[in-house]
Structure formats: structure tokens, C-alpha cells
Design a protein around this ligand. Sequence first.
Ligand SMILES: [Zn+2]
Length: 419
Amino acid sequence: MTPRGWAVLTLGGLVLALLVASVVLVPWSRPPAPRADQVAALGDLPVDRVAHAREFRAALRPGAYGGLVVGLLVALLLGLTPLGARLVELAGRPFGGHWTARAVLGGLAVLLVADLLTLPFAAWRHSVLTRYGLSTHGWGGWALDLLKSYAVSAVIGAVALLGFYTVTRLAPRWWWAFGAAGAAGLVVLLSFVLPVVVEPVFNRFTPMEQGPLRAELMTMAARDGVPVRDVLVADASRRTKAVNAYVSGLGPTRRVVVYDTLLREATPAEVTSVVAHELGHAKDRDVAVGTLIGALGAALAVVALYLLGSWGPLLRLAGVDSVAEPRAFPLLIALVTVAGLVAAPAQALVSRRVEARADAHALALTRDPATFEAMQRRLAGVNLADPDPPRWEYLWSASHPSTVERMAAARAYAREAGR
Ligand SMILES: [Zn+2]
């Protein structure tokens, strides 16, 4: 069998593995959150607060979708015309067009152009966040964050670009196989190291101070059978008023993180409710499952790009001879950008199901639906979330159930449990 034949076979195997993993590992059946309860919950929220949140979300929209459209257009323009290939050549020229310069500098130049052209939309977002009092960051801090994220992306990008184009040179017929394994490996590696290597670039993390709340959280984790070494507090208040918590990392790097804003804004019982949700993520190994699905998706993407990349008309549009050369990197980015937009609603759906399961876990663990609901109201109030967002936007991008869904889930739980 030819390398191409093996690639088709591998693609089929990866699609099957992704389907099986999704069917088996994603909690498709969600706990009840009847629409009648959602409508009642919405009616219980202060009308002016809801209107204010909706006004804020509407103010964000032009920038968000404008940035999305411009990002897509830039990717298509660079990838489906010879412009991108020329940009890669230009970046490599000071180094005599050496392939490593084209691969790393050319690749980073393509990514930087896309970033710079969407920069005005990011600035728009920051100005809206500031206007509505959600951001506590000045323009200086905002710019510094931006530079830091460029630096982090440049380091990760340079390693990936150099690795990828080394492999395409060493194994011109089989690079897709090594590339797929490498992409999957990179996803797993990033899940491990992000919390200890990248997250500290943006925030300081300190163990939660000793006291009744910490003791209560550790006891709850023990009762839940989730070994947690510590609860970390992030100094989120240096850039935002928004409240949040999350789990990240795998195995030895796994941690539960709460924002300092949450500790300031919420009652201890509400913090307990939030951490119970995060323990649900830890107990169900949501980070590991997400990493596995992400790794399979990354491997599938590499093999699909190899197969698509041998399609003549596409190569002619981009003005390149082979998808495996650094000059074809903009074409890869264009294809990945389109695939990302197509996959967004599916990713959002999976995320919402996982989040709904963590909510159910929090309710079962705390047996306190009233506090859970109070926390959801506070979360939406402080973060200016639309408690019942437009359907199309919800389906397209919502990573969490809406506030009224989460409140309805608490009410349904309360009825079920007789509380
Ligand atoms: Zn969550």
C-alpha cells in the first residue's frame, strides 16, 4: 500500500476513534432544566440588571464578529492566493531563504499579520470592558498582556513549526504519520505544562489562606473522593472584576483555581458551591477527556491536511508545489481556520454537556440548590452575562449552559430531592 493509502486508512481510524470517544466519554444526556423553570427564573431576575447585561453583550458583538470575519478573510487571502507564500519567502530572505528561516520566521510572520489585523477588534473589546467597568486594567496592562501572549505563542509556535518542517524534510512520504503523532503529543504536553509554565506568566497563584473556608473545601474534596492537594487563588483582580474558577492540568499538575475576585464577591457558601462544580470536573476527569479528544482531533487534522494538500487546484491557488513546504503554511492556516469555525458549534455543545454534568455534581455534593442558584445569579450579575442569550449565539459559542438553564437545573434538583 502507498503512503497515501495508509493515510486514508489512518484518517478512517481516527474518525472512528473520535466518534467512539465522543459517544462513550461525553455525557450526552443532561440533567433536567425545564424551559418553564427557565422562564420563571428569568422573571425572578431584576429587569434592569438583565437589560444592562444585554446592552453590554450587544456592545461586544460588533467587535467580536468583526474580528472573526476579518480573521477568516485574512487567513483565506494569505492561504488561497500566492500572497501568503510570498510573505513566507520575504521573511526568509535575510537568511538566504534557508528553510529553517522560512519555516519559523515565515510561519510566525503569517500568524503575526493575522494578529495585527484583528488587533483593532481586540482593542474594541477592551474599551467596552472598561466602559462597563468589568476591566480593572489600563491600556498599559492590556498591551503588556498582549505582548506576553504573543511571546508565549511565538515560543510554542516556533517549536511546532521547526519540528513540523524538520519532519516533512526527513520523511517526505511519511511526514503525516510523524506529524499526527507529534501534534497529538503536543496537545498532551501542553495540557500538562500550561498550568505550571504558561498560566504563571499572566497571574500569580497562591495557596488559599488557612481558615474555615479552606478547611471546609478540603473536607468536601475528601468526602467527594477527589484528592486535592491545595486550592489556589489567582490574582485575577489585577485585570478584571469578573469572578471565575477552574481546574487545569493533568496528574501531578492538576489544580483547582479560584479567582481572588470570587473570594471577595461571593459568600463562603457560594464559593463552596463553585468549588463543588470544579471538583465535578476533577472527578469525571474532564481535563483528561478533553485532552484525549483534542489530541485525536489534532492528529486527524494533520492527516486530513496531508490528503487535502495533495489536491492540485488548492496548491495552484496558493502558488506552491507541495503542502509540505514552509511556503504552504498560510494554506494550512486557511484550512485550519475554516475547520475551526465549522467545528465551533460542536465543541460548544460538548463543553455545555460537560459543564451541565459538573453542575449536577455540585448540586449532589452540596445538596444546597438555593446557594447554587444564588451563586448563578451572582455570577451572571458580576460578569454581566445575558442570563438567557439569543439562541443562535448560544448554539454557536456558549461553552456553559445559560444562567436560566443552570437556575432551572437547581430548581428541578430541589423538586426531585424534596428540598
Ligand atoms: Zn465548569
